[in-house]
Design a protein around this ligand. Sequence first.
Ligand code: NCD
Ligand code: ZN
Length: 350
Amino acid sequence: MPDRTITELTIRRPDDWHLHLRDGAMLRAVLPETTRHFARAIVMPNLVPPVVTSTHAMEYRARILAALPEGAKFTPLMTLYLTEETEPADVRTAFEAGIATAVKLYPAGATTNSASGVRDFDKVRPVLETMAEIGMPLCVHGEVTDSDIDIFDREAVFIDKILRPLRKKVPDLRVVMEHVTTSDAVDYVRDSHKNMAATITTHHLIINRNHILAGGIKPHFYCLPVAKREAHRVALVQAAISGDKRFFLGTDSAPHTDPNKLQACGCAGIFTAPNTMSCLAEVFDVAGKLKKLEAFTSLNGPNFYRLPPNEDTITLIKGDPVRYPDQIPTEDGPVTVFDPGFDLHWRVEG
Ligand code: NCD
Ligand code: ZN
């Protein structure tokens, strides 16, 4: 029987191992939504233009630190956007100087602002070998982009066509397959005994493709990789609540203004930063696995990234439905907050 008697839970402060913070007015508007609960985040580099070099990463980090709300203690962990021109020596410097924590691989054209991504994987082999040598993780957007591959198959095909061969060629490379959405990915990560982990988002634990498409199209549930059928969502929940060290939270909170989402060709991305911890507590509680929440949000990520877990804690308290805003205002327009479609009973203190 699931244990649903817990009403208060104190866990180490969580980290977000995949986050989009954007820049400028959007950065200022969304950053407090993350720093309220999270101590660190792996910050995605898909700005326009992308964060490609150690110099870009240093400058972007400075802009994030300048936008922090007063008193916030938050460490942005920067990533470099891998291109076919990335210099191994720059990557090494960035890692060894603590400027960048990981490198991000976007297959060219995979998602929002990924035009400069990688087309020919042999061209980035020297960078990957350097990363393997220094132990720097590669964060992978695991979807092929070929137009003849069905969008619902793109992750599974990526594993077979790109990820397996790449990991055979550079076996010491430490890889995070990000925002996994399929049981294929969960099985692949579970079968990998070394150098492999995966992040799971908040929304992929909650929605399947029916939420996007049945009963009218719901742009606020559209993200990449796109949510798959229910059996895949269930596999993701099983992986998240298992406590398995290879799975941890990366929200992929990806704010876009409503005007940019609600149009004939709307942007991909779901904004979950404000209510992620309440959503996750609900999912773990319903599964009777609240005691595994800390591993997923606060322990497994630092363990893979070889960083200490946070010393301080947050407390989750169960009670009346939590209120959170439907939208966050920004100077560019409102950004809609993820609606899980059910009441959230867990509020965060501390
Ligand atoms: C992300 C974004 O908007 O930057 N969108 C998304 O749907 N997740 C890009 C990404 O991580 O794929
Ligand atoms: Zn993302």
